[in-house]
Design a binder for this molecule. Structure first.
Ligand SMILES: [Fe+2]
Length: 210
């Protein structure tokens, strides 16, 4: 039966931004490859290694990448979230995911927006898988996957791309099936100064919390 096309609202979608770094980043990649990386003491055997330095975006060797990230972080906050708050990078670390390694599903507590810059990935193997926060527990017989019915989404990406996403969006790193190690830089952010306002009793004076 033919029915008139109904209206469909896509309520509360999650904004995941993808931006390409168009300059050469071989020097930065070389710097990252020379850093000490080790297994997180809380992780089990088949996980990716993490840099010992977790404030890497403060390092002058990564200043150009930092500048690129800051531009898109501002864009995300002002043009997508349409907020007047300023976010700054809190911690930033690199991950080296060798063949056969992965990272379990997680989100990023104590952060507002998180991001990953991909230094080196196999472009045929998506390096991140997001979990749909809106799925329910009934197992319907899905005929065609879409944004409403998929439990997870594997995001295909290229080397030199940055993604930004809400920190509470659960994601994992699928096993690296390529011989080439997957190298990425991840970071968290938080708001500068204060959040909320006194009139609505939501004032959080971050500058008074130290
Ligand atoms: Fe993550």
């Amino acid at each position: 039966m033919q029915i008139p096309q109904p209206e469909l609202l896509q309520l509360f979608p999650k904004p995941v931004l993808i931006a390409k770094y168009h300059q050469d980043f071989s020097k930065e990649l070389e710097y990252v490859q020379g850093l000490e990386h080790k297994l997180n003491p809380k992780a089990e055997g088949d996980y990716a290694k993490q840099s010992s330095n977790t404030f890497l975006l403060d390092e002058p060797e990564l200043a150009r990448i930092r500048e690129f990230i800051d531009v898109y972080l501002k864009f995300y906050v002002h043009n997508i979230l349409e907020c007047s708050d300023e976010l700054f990078v809190t911690q930033a670390w690199t991950n080296i995911c060798e063949k056969g390694k992965k990272h379990h599903e997680h989100n990023h507590p104590n952060s507002i927006v998180s991001g990953v810059f991909y230094f080196q990935i196999n472009e045929k193997l998506p390096p991140i898988e997001f979990r749909n926060p809106n799925t329910h527990s009934f197992n319907l017989n899905i005929q065609k996957q879409n944004n409403f019915n998929s439990a997870t989404f594997l995001l295909p990406l290229n080397s030199g791309e940055l993604i930004l996403f809400p920190s509470n969006l659960t994601h994992g790193v699928p096993e690296n099936k390529s011989k080439q190690p997957r190298i990425s830089l991840a970071f968290n952010t938080f708001a500068k100064g204060s959040l909320g306002c006194k009139e609505t009793l939501t004032y959080l004076p971050l500058d008074r919390c130290s």
